[in-house]
Design a protein around this ligand. Structure first.
Ligand SMILES: Cc1ncc(COP(=O)(O)O)c(C=O)c1O
Length: 442
């Protein structure tokens, strides 16, 4: 009997014969093929290490909830259950509570989506579920999804689990590059493969930290309409611009060509796990069927609590206070990078949680990570954000959670590791620990 392989692989590569199972899981051979495509994200794998108090974590993307009005939320929750408990504790509509869907259309006006019909909104369990449902609806095994290079690790995990093939499209500091998109569509089709949709994070990109420019938005919408490529526009960070409301969503240019995903996780809090999809009518109808089959309906109590928050609290004022907190932390990150890491380059975000760092040539972020953790700082290797595990010359730093002082200390610690690696590379041409094919875990 063979050992289970560590990378969710197929029987052919593990040498396992059918109907054997393995020592750890006797049901190994019984799983559906797609179950072998499930994989742990590199970020979750880091959790146990980075939660040690002595480690400064610049890795996670958890929103910073220290300024949330918890007393106020507790009072509303009590009132909600006391006055409307029978409804709040009951099943609800599969599409989501109508009152919340109306509030959601108001929130979307900040994204330039004006006049949306609440009937075209589906409430989901976080936007993560919306991503999964859209992928389930459109993707057969082997179909191609286009995604920015790099892209959100949680989306790549869904695409992998649904047996899609992801082809990355180049981006720069203004977001996805229209010419690269046209070329990629042409190349993929020339190779005989089918593109099902393009996945784009237009605002304060996770992990790249950049924003799709105002000029490019209508161009991207137009290319995709012309080429009949559906756009999945994922916008959880849109309201967290440091200086302004977001640019008009791609959906505002092409409502029939875009499934827009929104979330309360970052502009409010992820605890209620409420997100949404705003979709062309026919797609919306299918999304509701897929959602009902997955979970029957989203949490009623969560939806009612969020609708109450949006109706009876100055939620936009709260968003503004989040913005200035994150802006201060971002400044701490950028000034520390300038001071301590001049051998690297990085993106300069206008909002959100992340900056994307490019290491000096020859350095490998994945191989370097254990040495960084030994120096008591953590980040996410760029390899997490590419479907094929490339990207080892990059890392993602998040500034959302630690204090400005911790950020400064974290970057200082990271610089000592980077400088040592660079000295070794300059001297020997390769950093220690790079030999074993680090960076190719998929
Ligand atoms: C780009 C992006 N999309 C979607 C999600 C999922 O968010 P939710 O909490 O709404 O499921 C995240 C969470 O970090 C994200 O960064």
């Amino acid at each position: 009997m063979t050992q289970p392989s560590t990378n969710g692989d197929n029987p052919a590569s593990s040498g396992r014969t059918p109907a054997q199972g393995n020592r750890l899981d006797p049901w190994y051979d019984v799983y559906a093929d797609r179950a072998h495509n499930l994989r742990a994200s590199e970020i979750r794998a880091l959790f146990s290490v980075v939660s040690r108090p002595e480690v400064v974590s610049l890795a996670g993307g958890m929103p910073n909830l220290k300024d949330l009005p918890l007393d106020r939320l507790a009072a509303s929750a009590e009132k909600l259950i006391r006055n409307h408990g029978a409804q709040a504790m009951q099943y609800g509509s599969g599409q989501g509570w109508e009152v919340l869907r109306e509030r959601i259309t108001e929130v979307m006006t900040y994204d330039g989506i004006v006049g949306a019909d609440p009937d075209d909104v589906v409430v989901t369990t976080g936007s993560q579920q919306a991503l999964d449902l859209v992928t389930e609806l459109f993707v057969n095994p082997g179909d191609v999804i286009l995604a920015e290079a790099p892209s959100y690790v949680g989306a790549l995990g869904v695409f992998h689990a649904r047996q899609a093939d992801v082809v990355h499209v180049a981006m720069d500091e203004h977001g996805i590059i229209p010419e690269a998109l046209v070329e990629t569509i042409r190349d993929v089709r020339a190779s005989g493969r089918t593109i099902k949709f393009i996945y784009i994070i237009p605002n304060y990109h996770n992990p790249a930290g950049v924003t799709l420019s105002a000029e490019r938005r209508p161009i991207i919408a137009e290319i995709c309409l012309r080429e009949h490529v559906l756009i999945v526009e994922d916008n959880p960070y849109g309201l967290l611009g440091f200086h302004s409301d977001p640019l008009p969503a791609i959906a505002s240019y092409s409502p029939e060509g875009v499934v827009y995903l929104g979330s309360f996780s970052k502009m409010f809090a992820p605890g209620f796990r409420i997100g949404w999809a705003y979709a062309p009518h026919a797609i919306r109808a299918k999304l509701v069927l897929a959602l009902e089959s997955a979970i029957l309906c989203p949490s009623m109590v969560g939806q009612m609590a969020i609708a109450d928050y949006l109706s009876n609290y100055d939620w936009y004022g709260q968003v503004k206070s989040f913005r200035s907190m994150y802006a201060e932390r971002c400044r701490a990150m950028l000034t520390s990078l300038e001071e301590y890491m001049p051998s690297c380059s990085w993106t300069v975000p206008d909002g959100g949680f992340y900056t994307w760092v490019t290491l000096p040539e020859g350095l490998d972020a994945k191989a370097m990570l254990p040495r960084a953790v030994r120096a008591q700082v953590a980040y996410v290797s760029g390899t997490a954000f590419f479907y094929d595990g490339t990207g080892s010359n990059h890392l993602r730093l998040s500034f959302c959670y630690p204090t400005p002082e911790e950020i400064r200390e974290g970057v200082r610690r990271l610089s000592t590791v980077v400088n040592t690696e660079k000295e070794i590379v300059d001297m020997f041409g390769t950093a220690s620990g790079n030999e074993a094919g680090a960076g190719s875990d998929r």
